[in-house]
Design a protein around this ligand. Structure first.
Ligand code: NAP
Length: 250
């Protein structure tokens, strides 16, 4: 029989892009694993209003990861309510796909701003709350497009590759002076969310035929990886990229 997982027992967690898709599954998984509090942050909290009701340990926070005033308000609020953060999941991300000759400067700027600068700013805002205990786990959601590239995704691939490089730097920087602040990435393949529902069915079928495990992943597949990297079970793992893609990129 499965034992209830209490890997997050007593932990204070923050998840961005948490209202729907992967962020929702991640928030629910951390909450079910016993987190004392999960701050489910999203630029638009509306899709979360229903599912959050089932979790007394989840608090919604409206937050744009690119808005310095909102970041500072959130860190002040968490400081007042709990005095620390144990786990930060940088999940918020967007796409604006176009072939290289068609991609506009604003498509480039928007994606780099949210997916890369947003993670930099969010982590910078939460870091003092992790330094309180000199301990914590940062898990950022990259993509296999950040390791292997993809047609029509110059901006997205650059942002997700940047997240991996930034994470590796943080693994070194944030473990100095005896600190135990770990930083890791997850690189999902094609996962069944609204983001992939925008992909034409013909393209998805082609993709399925290339995935050794034969199907798109489900949000819970990513959430389980996040739970592992967030918990003490991965206490000696930092600076790594965990691919969860059904074997698509080997
Ligand atoms: P999703 O269904 O589009 O959900 C993303 C969430 O982030 C939405 O609630 C969105 O709000 C929110 N968001 C967007 N911009 C934000 C901002 N500036 N600040 C705060 N929240 C913001 O995406 P998903 O499929 O769950 O993807 C989650 C993460 O996994 C992304 O980083 C994505 O790049 C990555 N990923 C996904 C896949 C996949 O197959 N799904 C594969 C590889 C990597 P709105 O509703 O207002 O847009």
């Amino acid at each position: 029989m499965n034992q209830p997982n209490d890997d997050m027992n007593g932990k204070i967690c923050v998840v961005t892009g948490a209202a729907r898709g992967l962020g929702r599954a991640i928030s629910e998984t951390l909450a079910r694993a016993g987190a004392a509090r999960v701050y489910a942050c999203d630029i638009n909290l509306t899709p979360a209003l229903g599912w959050m009701e089932g979790y007394p340990n989840v608090t919604g926070a409206t937050l744009d990861v690119c808005d310095p005033a909102a970041l500072s308000e959130l860190s002040g609020r968490i400081l007042a309510e709990h005095g620390r953060v144990d786990v930060l999941v940088n999940n918020a991300g967007i796409t604006r796909d176009a072939l290289l000759d068609k991609m506009t400067e604003s498509d480039w700027d928007l994606v780099l701003n949210v997916n890369l600068k947003g993670i930099f700013m969010m982590t910078q805002a939460m870091l003092p709350l992790m330094k309180v205990q000199m301990k914590g786990s940062i898990v950022s959601i990259s993509s296999i497009v950040g390791t292997d590239g993809n047609i029509g995704q110059s901006n997205y691939g650059a942002s997700k590759g940047g997240v991996i490089a930034m994470t590796k730097g943080w693994a070194k920087e944030l473990a100095r002076g005896g600190a135990q602040i770990r930083a890791n990435c997850i690189a999902p393949g094609f996962i069944n969310t609204e983001m992939t529902q925008a992909v034409p069915e013909k393209v998805l079928d082609k993709m399925r035929s290339r995935i050794p495990l034969g199907e798109l992943g489900e949000p819970r597949d990513i959430a389980e990886g996040v739970l592992f990297l967030a918990s003490e079970r991965s206490g000696y793992i930092t600076g790594q990229v965990l691919k969860i893609d059904g074997g698509l990129v080997l």
